[in-house]
Design a protein around this ligand. Structure first.
Ligand SMILES: Cc1cc2nc3c(=O)[nH]c(=O)nc-3n(C[C@H](O)[C@H](O)[C@H](O)COP(=O)(O)OP(=O)(O)OC[C@H]3O[C@@H](n4cnc5c(N)ncnc54)[C@H](O)[C@@H]3O)c2cc1C
Length: 414
């Protein structure tokens, strides 16, 4: 019997590629009738890049993404708080990539179809729930269909139907009152190229990074940006739809003065095409992910604020860890429990860190201590404290440089 996967997002597709690598039969059921390259920019951390390279996808990542060289925090007036090298420049054996989510999803889809055949993905198949015993699972569909398998894996995102059956009282995702407006614009690289920056504090923030190299003719690259404002959390907002278009007037005035000399934030907003609005939402961690022979992965298991460049990376690690557990225990409840025992505590720690003391918490510390205005950052937060803070989050998320470099592969190359 084959493994059943609900959802052909990043998590579900990497799960499929991993099961194909392990020669375990599987099928993926996706709600939409045609997958389209939706979303804007995301980052893949070296731990996740390593896994995609072990799946033979290294050249594809170079084709669709940019190797991120630098990551930094800045005050609301554009003063440097903390800058660190990333990926190969930091000493990892694997790069970090900034890339378009939709391009990544399309690349994974094409590779999966090429390797495993187009019929492993069934589109237009919206999962509504599951049935399970300890040694088998069935997915139930909105159109009344029912499919049986050895195990079922929910990779159906933040509004997972399978999670809803496991936790029927959970309700909608929890909103913290912040709204992110996201877009991409044609502009030059900044800060020496291939650099990502976050500026501001908890109540107002701007994040940007390039998704492509500069075009030799125009000098322009595709720059991804996120403008974030905290509003009144009691205001009703969308429940977390990644594709909700928005008007620039809602946030552009608040960023009008954010021209730092080295980057023009209002200029980036003005020159973008469509802008999307997304509320900063997550969910309380569940006490368990596995019911009978059904488990959760990716955003279905641990939806968290997209603040640590971690959502897609953790989804990829889930897929590889679940693959390793299936190799060790077969496609069985024992494999699902082994995977959950390893990944759930880590996911919960990341979620809690992202709620408060994520890597960017230093920006609010600077705002609290000096209103974002300073000559010497050492007098506001000693560099040793900034370094310890950055290292703590990397360790938590599994991409501490020395640890990751020394770690054996989760599954190894193809
Ligand atoms: C359209 C879209 C745009 C996004 N844009 C961004 C972005 O710009 N920036 C960012 O940081 N993150 C974005 N994300 C979220 C990001 O992709 C995830 O946080 C991360 O990659 C983890 O992926 P996942 O596979 O667990 O979830 P997702 O990428 O959300 O994938 C879930 C998949 O399951 C499918 N699905 C949902 N319900 C059902 C169902 N009942 N039955 C069958 N299939 C179902 C969905 O159509 C989707 O293909 C976006 C997600 C989506 C779906």
């Amino acid at each position: 019997m084959s493994v059943l996967i609900a959802g052909a997002g990043i998590a579900g597709l990497v799960m499929g590629l991993t099961l194909h690598q392990l020669k375990v039969p599987f099928r993926i059921f996706e709600r939409v009738s045609e997958l389209k390259p939706l979303g804007v920019g995301i980052n893949l951390q070296p731990n996740a890049v390593r896994e995609l390279m072990d799946l033979g996808l290294g050249p594809e990542l170079d084709r669709i993404g940019v190797r991120t060289r630098q990551y930094g925090f800045y005050s609301k007036s554009g003063r440097e708080i903390w800058v660190e090298p990333r990926g190969l420049a930091a000493g990892y054996r694997w790069p970090q990539y900034s890339l378009h989510r939709g391009k990544l999803q399309m690349m994974l889809l094409e590779q999966l179809k090429r390797r495993a055949g187009a019929d492993v993905i069934i589109t237009g198949a919206a999962v509504s729930g599951f049935e399970t015993s300890d040694d088998g699972a069935a997915l139930l569909f909105r159109d009344g269909r029912r499919e049986e398998g050895s195990i079922a894996i929910a990779a159906d995102g933040i509004h997972s139907a399978i999670r809803r059956q496991m936790a029927p009282d959970e309700g909608e995702p929890i909103w913290n009152g912040a709204v992110m407006w996201r877009g991409t614009s044609p502009a030059r690289h900044f800060l020496g190229g291939n650099a990502m920056f976050l500026a501001g504090h908890d109540h107002q923030r701007f994040v940007a990074y390039p998704l492509s190299p500069e075009d030799p003719d125009t000098g322009h690259a595709e720059i991804n940006w996120i403008a974030e404002l905290r509003t009144d959390p009691s205001k009703a907002l969308s429940r977390g739809d990644w594709n909700k278009p928005a008007e620039k007037d809602a946030f552009l005035p608040a960023f009008e003065s954010w021209t730092f000399g080295w980057v023009d934030c209002p200029g980036l907003i003005r020159s973008s095409g469509l802008v999307y609005e997304y509320p900063m939402v997550d969910r309380e961690p569940l006490p368990g992910w596995t019911v009978g022979a059904v488990t959760l992965m990716g955003d279905a298991a641990h939806p968290t604020y997209p603040v640590g460049s971690n959502g897609a990376s953790q989804a990829i690690i889930d897929a590889r860890k679940l693959g390793a557990a299936i190799r060790a225990h077969g496609a069985s409840r024992a494999a699902l429990l082994a995977y959950e025992a390893e990944m759930r505590p880590r996911a919960e720690a990341i979620l809690r860190a992202n709620r408060g003391k994520g890597p960017d918490a230093v920006m609010q510390m600077v705002e609290d201590r000096c209103g974002g205005v300073f000559d010497d950052i050492e007098k506001v937060i000693p560099r040793a404290e900034l370094a310890a803070h950055a290292e703590h989050y990397k360790r938590l998320s599994g991409f501490s440089i020395d640890t990751l470099n020394a770690q054996p592969p989760i599954l190894g190359p193809l």
